[in-house]
Design a protein around this ligand. Structure first.
Ligand SMILES: [Zn+2]
Length: 82
């Protein structure tokens, strides 16, 4: 079980955290006994967000490949370069 490096307590909580200029939204993981900050994390799941963006990109790529508008545009570009 994880333990606080300062007091060896073994329960933690999260708390919103702002720096002075409010540029960053962050969440801190704190020890529930001594309130020491154990870690700072972004308030969103980077891996999940990246997976959603990849799915959206691949879906858009499929739509564009099947679109006659894109095919016509590619034909025009090909004919202009020759
Ligand atoms: Zn502690």
């Amino acid at each position: 079980m994880p333990k606080c490096p300062y007091c060896s307590h073994d329960t933690f909580t999260t708390s919103d955290f702002n720096l002075d200029d409010d540029t960053y939204d962050l969440i801190v993981i704190c020890c529930t006994k001594c309130d020491s900050i154990i870690s700072v994390i972004p308030p969103y799941n980077v891996g999940k967000t990246l997976g959603m963006l990849t799915d959206a990109f691949l879906g858009l790529k499929t739509v564009l490949k099947s679109s006659s508008v894109v095919n016509d545009l590619q034909k025009k570009q090909t004919s202009q370069s020759h």
